[in-house]
Design a protein around this ligand. Structure first.
Ligand code: CP
Ligand code: NVA
Length: 300
């Protein structure tokens, strides 16, 4: 069976931990100027149905460092964008490239693509999940504060794709997750239920932040929800992660944001640009952790 990475649950918990350790190792190697190019002639296809800065640049750079190549595929220029069935696209693309990365709206489309793909498929964000960001976030926490297992993470904001991937991460990396959303913006009930008593839901950012080791948030309106921005600004009033909220967390707590961020909405400038923020470490780690992921998938 082809090993895909559509959610964090697709890879064994023990292998996920190895991927994090390998990411730290690959980062050290790169900083030391050591060239490592195990994938000469290997090609990653990258389908982007939504905008991206970090995801595109990190995957493309990862393949370049590895001696391979990445192809950027936009629906504007491919037959997929003109309605060619996803099954046909999957069969043909996977007969040529060594792995495919997809960022799109429907998670079900990525599942269907994977079903017909003969090579590993990586979910680079859907409306439901964003597992690649979690590899980078867990790597950053591990580097800055040690093992995340047994720690408490607070998710403050929308019960969105990032929130769902934090829930899966809580299962796989064994941490507690306090989620605070405004009423009506809770994460998917089935995803929450499957994670058991590790997850605590509330509508109080203060309650979620209390005793947290890591506080994280994301934009209030995700890609595809732009027209809801104004309504969401009202509904999310009081959900800004600011110094007052950070003060409720543990003393050595850190903050991260997957980016792009809206200062003055979901996070204050003071927090994201402050001493407790590991946001920039996590952003850089997209490169290192996805290298480790590519190595794992292409070698399995
Ligand atoms: N965090 C993240 O996935 O960033 P991009 O949308 O820039 O890829
Ligand atoms: N929740 C955000 C994450 C962006 C990386 C979105 O889907 O737009």
């Amino acid at each position: 069976m082809t090993q895909h990475f559509l959610t964090l649950l697709d890879v064994d918990a023990s292998d996920l931990k190895k991927i994090i350790q390998r990411a730290i190792e690959l980062k050290t190697m790169q900083k030391a100027g050591k060239a490592y190019a195990p994938f000469a002639g290997r090609v990653l296809g990258m389908i982007f149905d939504k905008a991206s800065t970090r995801t595109r640049v990190s995957f493309e750079t990862a393949m370049a460092h590895f001696g391979g190549h990445a192809i950027f595929l936009s629906p504007r220029d491919t037959q997929l964008g003109r309605g060619e069935p996803v099954e046909d696209s999957a069969r043909v693309l996977s007969s040529m490239v060594d792995a495919v990365m997809i960022r799109t709206f429907s998670h079900e489309l990525v599942e269907r693509f994977a079903e017909y793909s003969s090579v590993p498929v990586i979910n680079a964000l859907t409306d439901i999940y964003h597992p690649c960001q979690l590899l980078a976030d867990v790597q950053a926490y591990t580097e800055q504060r040690g093992d995340i297992s047994g720690r408490t993470v607070a998710w403050i904001g929308d019960g969105n794709n990032m929130c769902h991937s934090y829930i899966n991460a809580a299962r796989q990396f064994d941490f507690k997750l306090n989620i605070a959303t405004p009423p009506g913006y809770e994460p998917d009930a089935a995803i929450v239920a499957a994670a058991g008593d590790r997850i605590k839901l509330s509508h109080s950012p203060q309650e979620a932040a209390s005793g947290a080791d890591l506080i994280t948030t994301d934009v209030w309106a995700s890609m595809g929800q732009e027209e809801e921005q104004k309504k969401r600004e009202q509904d999310f009033a009081g959900f800004e992660v600011n110094q007052a909220l950070m003060a409720l967390a543990n003393k050595d707590a850190v903050f991260t944001h997957c980016l792009p961020a809206h200062r003055g909405e979901e996070v204050s400038a003071e927090v994201i640009d402050g001493a407790q923020s590991i946001t920039w470490v996590a952003a850089e780690n997209r490169l290192h952790s996805q290298k480790a992921l590519l190595e794992y998938l292409l070698n399995s």
